[in-house]
Design a protein around this ligand. Structure first.
Ligand SMILES: [Ca+2]
Ligand SMILES: [Ca+2]
Ligand SMILES: [Ca+2]
Length: 305
């Protein structure tokens, strides 16, 4: 009897300890956070002193912005990287959650997404991930890098919605086995690619705009395109390596090379407006005028259209 009571108490203790492990809310997974915008004023953006609480750039009105907001422990952040991986450890999403930019702003930061994450701007909000912030010494090295990089395993899904990316080598670069939906994104004035898709990535692009790839005048990095500075290659959307995808209800104009280059990969375009792309509007993709890629043959090159 005594022995069985002791055993029972031991079992209860073990179960209680196990239960405690499950209820400790150290870091919530898959949760939403907000990012404050900024007004792109000389005295405001994320690197600058704190504005008056509640004024431009301080969405939650606590007098903190930028990295200070990243680290005050609430679920509002001052930078996109803070909201994802570098802010308060207990509240950031760590590539498992939703990051919503809630007020317009300039975000002069390269962002890498590697998990089950949604990065979006709220309706009506202009979230501009721009390599260039006037007067910021980081602008020149940033212009030699991609803006938003996705490299996630195949069993994760990344969503990027209503975000614009400008003045990088590639506005959006999607690598590896990533599975990505780009909805309502804008890539403008990126030098080499608006949207660059490599590896085995699968990407669905919809309601998006890719303009003026390979075209830029910049006193620091040069005049693209020019004899001295050629884009490499200046393609609006490229599906490289073994990447596949669909492009729906999207505009691609003014590229110095192709508008959409799918090589011989399985890529379908439906209701896509391509215009004035110097290297040809579409290379290698199946083009559907029926508004859907369902039932269309996989891309076999331009003859398949
Ligand atoms: Ca704040
Ligand atoms: Ca705060
Ligand atoms: Ca915060």
């Amino acid at each position: 009897m005594l022995r069985s009571q002791t055993a029972r108490r031991g079992l209860i203790t073990t179960l209680a300890a196990a239960a405690a492990l499950f209820v400790v809310p150290a870091a919530f997974a898959n949760h939403p956070v907000l990012v404050e915008g900024n007004c792109n004023n000389a005295t405001d953006p994320m690197f600058s002193p704190v504005p008056a609480p509640g004024t431009c750039g301080d969405y939650d009105g606590d007098g903190l912005i930028g990295t200070a907001e990243d680290n005050d422990g609430d679920r509002v952040f001052g930078t996109i990287n803070g909201a994802n991986t570098t802010g308060s450890a207990a509240t950031r999403v760590n590539n498992n959650g939703t990051i919503t930019v809630v007020t317009s702003g300039l975000f002069a930061e390269q962002v890498t997404l590697s998990g089950n994450v949604t990065l979006e701007a709220a309706a009506g909000v202009e979230a501009n991930l721009d390599a260039v912030r006037q007067g910021d010494a980081g602008s020149t090295p940033r212009q030699g890098q991609p803006g938003i990089i996705v490299n996630a395993p195949a069993n994760r899904q990344v969503v990027i919605r209503n975000i614009q990316s400008r003045n990088w080598t590639s506005g959006f670069q999607i690598n590896g086995d990533s599975r990505v939906a780009l909805e309502g994104v804008r890539a403008e004035h990126n030098v080499n690619y608006g949207i660059e898709i490599t590896g085995n990535a699968r990407v669905a692009i919809s309601d998006s705009e890719v303009y003026a790839t390979g075209r830029r005048v910049n006193p620091m990095t040069g005049d693209f395109p020019s004899t001295a500075n050629q884009p490499d290659p200046g393609t609006g959307i490229e599906f490289d390596d073994h990447a596949t995808g669909t492009v729906f209800f999207t505009r691609v104009t003014g590229s110095t090379s192709a508008g959409v280059d799918a090589g011989k990969n399985r890529v379908c375009l439906a209701l896509v407006n391509v215009f004035d792309n110097a290297g040809g509007d579409v290379r290698g993709a199946k083009v559907s005028n029926n508004g859907t890629c369902v039932g269309s043959a996989p891309g076999k090159g331009s003859d398949d259209r």
